[in-house]
Design a protein around this ligand. Structure first.
Ligand code: DC
Length: 222
C-alpha cells in the first residue's frame, strides 16, 4: 500500500514515552474536531495479547501472527483494558514493535484511519513513533514532541503515585532509558524526527504552554 495522500489532513505527533505527546494529541484532536489514533495502543494490544497467552516475547513470528489476527473489535476491547497502561505492557510493546512483521501488520489499519477518519471527522491526529517518517510521510503537519529523559521519568514517577506509593524513581528512570534505547536503535522504523518535523521540547513547558506552541505550528501549516 502506498503512503497516504488523502485530502483529510493528518497531524503526525511523534516522540518518546512520557514526552507529553498523548495529552497534546488528545487536546489538539478535540480542539480541531479531528479523529484521534493513539498508535502506541496498537503495539500495546499486541504485547498484552502475547503476555496473556504466555508467549515468549522474543518469538517474532508469533508476535506477527498475533498482530495480523487483531481485528477492529479486539483492538477496541484490548485498548479499553486497564492492563494496557501497565509498565509490563509498555515494555512488551516496545519489544514486539521492533519486529518488521508486527509493524507491517499494523500499517494498513493506521493508514486507513488517516485516509478515512472515523465518524466523518474532517481530519486526524495520529500519535506514535513513526507517523511522520513511515505511516504518513506526506502529513501536512509533523510535530516531534520530546523532553529530557530525567523530566520524562519524573512525570512517569508522579503518574505512578511517587515515593508515597513505594515507586522507585531509579527503576522508572532505568525503564525509560531501556525503552528509549530499544525504540531509537531498532533497525526498522526507529524513533527519529522526520526531516520536516517541528521539534517541540516540553522539558520546561507545562501542558498549556506545550498546547499553545503546538497550535501555533499547526495553524501555520494547515
Ligand atoms: O506510546 P506508547 O508508550 O503507548 O508506546 C508503547 C511502545 O510501542 C513504545 O515503546 C514503542 C512502540 N510504538 C512504536 O513502535 N510505534 C508507534 N507508532 C507507537 C508505539
Amino acid at each position: 500500500m502506498s503512503p497516504v495522500s488523502s485530502v483529510a489532513p493528518v497531524i503526525a505527533i511523534d516522540g518518546p514515552a512520557a514526552s507529553g505527546k498523548g495529552t497534546l494529541a488528545r487536546r489538539v484532536s478535540q480542539t480541531l474536531g479531528y479523529a484521534l489514533l493513539d498508535t502506541g495502543a496498537l503495539y500495546r494490544a499486541v504485547g498484552l495479547a502475547m503476555l496473556r497467552a504466555g508467549t515468549d516475547l522474543r518469538d517474532a513470528e508469533r508476535a506477527t501472527v498475533t498482530a495480523r489476527a487483531l481485528d477492529a473489535a479486539q483492538i477496541r476491547d484490548l485498548t479499553a483494558d486497564p492492563a494496557l497502561r501497565q509498565d509490563a505492557t509498555a515494555q512488551a510493546a516496545s519489544i514486539v514493535s521492533a519486529y518488521p512483521g508486527v509493524r507491517q501488520a499494523l500499517l494498513d489499519f493506521q493508514r486507513g484511519f488517516a485516509a478515512t477518519p472515523p465518524d466523518g471527522a474532517a481530519g486526524s491526529v495520529l500519535d506514535g513513533r513513526d507517523i511522520g517518517t513511515v505511516i504518513c510521510p506526506d502529513a501536512p503537519v509533523k510535530l516531534f514532541v520530546t523532553a529530557s529523559v530525567e523530566v520524562r521519568a519524573t512525570r512517569r514517577f508522579k503518574e505512578l503515585g511517587g515515593a508515597e506509593k513505594g515507586v522507585d524513581f531509579d527503576a522508572v528512570l532505568a525503564d525509560m532509558r531501556a525503552r528509549d534505547e530499544r525504540d531509537t536503535t531498532r533497525a526498522f522504523a526507529p524513533l527519529v524526527p522526520a526531516e520536516d518535523a517541528v521539534v517541540l521540547d516540553t522539558s520546561d513547558l507545562d501542558a498549556d504552554a506545550a498546547f499553545d506552541a503546538a497550535m501555533r505550528v499547526i495553524r501555520s501549516h494547515l
